[in-house]
Design a protein around this ligand. Structure first.
Ligand SMILES: Nc1nc2c(ncn2[C@@H]2O[C@H](COP(=O)(O)OP(=O)(O)OP(=O)(O)O)[C@@H](O)[C@H]2O)c(=O)[nH]1
Length: 363
């Protein structure tokens, strides 16, 4: 949220400096400033250029240092307030100096326009917008009220000021609303992204996400066969249909969730991708070439499941066993991820046909 605010502020501050510079060039030109105060006029041009360029440079710095969003924002606000204060001072000087009479109307119009822009654009921070608008507008207003003695103009300016305050309030609320909405959209997008990768029953990765991981890891292993190795195991519960038939579908679901939790516990320390591939079939994708260690982990899983009965709410329980097919990626043997999948599947088939509740390695 802070970074978003910082980005918005730097974006909004980007071109405003040009208008201060143009306003001063017009006021100095039409008010004879260049003839009477050539040096000061030139210095003011230089200061507005420096302030305007600094805004742009600050935006670049903020992009390179997103971790310092708060500092970047403070600097940008300081720059903006310095510019507004400078213009407030210039407008006071010009309006009080009769020699600038030819540029008085122009100064008032420019000041009103700059104050309106400040109020609208920088209402992202209500307090600073009020201060900035105030330092821009109040010198002109007080001179018109106390020096010019033009009650009609003063009244219009007062109305203008009230309008600016209302604009700041409204723009601020709109901006905050927009930020909240954007945040909600981001959260929703992340939630949908997670859901699209997750199996609803077990909370494991789903088949689509698993397949993507398998494709990527096999491609990486093919590209750099010596550094990376991929092991893939398929675990399929034995006679799961009979569990559903005997204890009911809800008990079957509970069993699937417990198997998922056990799989996660057995493989969590090795950065494995654990997924439910469908029905009562699970997949585990592991990095690492130590086949014996991976087989030992699979054996631990198999044995723990065998000795951990699934307990039901009514106090009854049942045992479930698992058959596992394990395949180790080898660039010479497996053309792609489908070939590795087929190898693990073939090993699983052997585990099933040779009695179940066992682990078979692919040839
Ligand atoms: N409770 C529950 N059952 C499911 C779910 N998905 C699939 N099944 C059931 O899983 C069973 C799978 O049966 P089979 O493919 O015959 O496999 P099996 O009975 O485990 O036999 P083997 O794999 O040969 O040992 C079917 O009865 C499906 O209805 C699920 O999400 N929840």
């Amino acid at each position: 949220m802070l970074q978003q605010r910082a980005e918005d502020l730097h974006e909004r501050a980007l071109i405003g400096g040009v208008f201060y510079l143009l306003s001063w060039l017009l006021v100095a030109g039409y008010g004879g400033g260049w003839e009477r105060h050539p040096r000061l006029s030139a210095v003011l041009v230089l200061v507005f250029v420096v302030l305007g360029v600094s805004r742009v440079l600050l935006r670049g710095w903020a992009r390179r240092h997103p971790e310092q969003a708060g500092l970047g924002m403070r600097r940008q606000w300081a720059m903006l307030l310095a510019t507004a204060t400078l213009w407030g001072g210039i407008s006071g000087w010009v309006l009080l100096d009769p020699a600038f009479a030819g540029a008085h109307l122009l100064t008032m119009l420019a000041t009103s326009a700059l104050a309106m822009a400040f109020a609208q654009i920088f209402a992202v921070n209500r307090r600073i917008a009020l201060v900035g608008t105030g330092v821009l507008f109040l010198p002109m207003l007080s001179i018109v009220v106390f020096t010019f003695g033009q009650p009609g103009v003063a009244l219009v300016l007062l109305l203008n000021l009230a309008y600016l305050v209302a604009v700041i309030g409204r723009s601020h609320r709109e901006y905050e609303g927009k930020l909240v909405l954007e945040q909600q959209l981001r959260e929703q997008r992340d939630r949908f992204a997670t859901l699209s990768r997750t199996d609803a029953l077990t909370g494991l990765a789903n088949r689509g996400h698993f397949q993507q991981g398998l494709d990527e890891r096999v491609a990486a292993a093919r590209a750099d066969g010596s550094a990376l190795s991929v092991a893939f195991l398929i675990a399929d519960l034995d006679h799961f249909k009979s569990i559903n038939d005997r204890y009911g579908h809800a008990a079957g679901d509970r069993c699937l969730r417990e198997v998922a939790a056990l799989l996660r516990a057995c493989f969590e320390e090795c950065d494995a991708l654990v997924a439910r591939l469908g029905g009562e079939e699970f997949g585990v994708l592991l990095a690492g070439g130590d086949a014996a260690r991976i087989a030992a982990m699979a054996e631990t899983f198999r044995a723990r499941l065998e000795h951990a009965p699934i307990r039901l709410a009514d106090g009854s329980h049942f045992e479930v066993t698992v058959s596992v097919g394990l395949a180790q990626f080898s660039p010479g043997t497996h053309r792609d991820s489908d070939a590795l999948y087929a190898a693990a599947d073939e090993a699983l088939y052997r585990a099933k046909t040779s009695g179940r509740n066992r682990i078979e390695m692919a040839a």
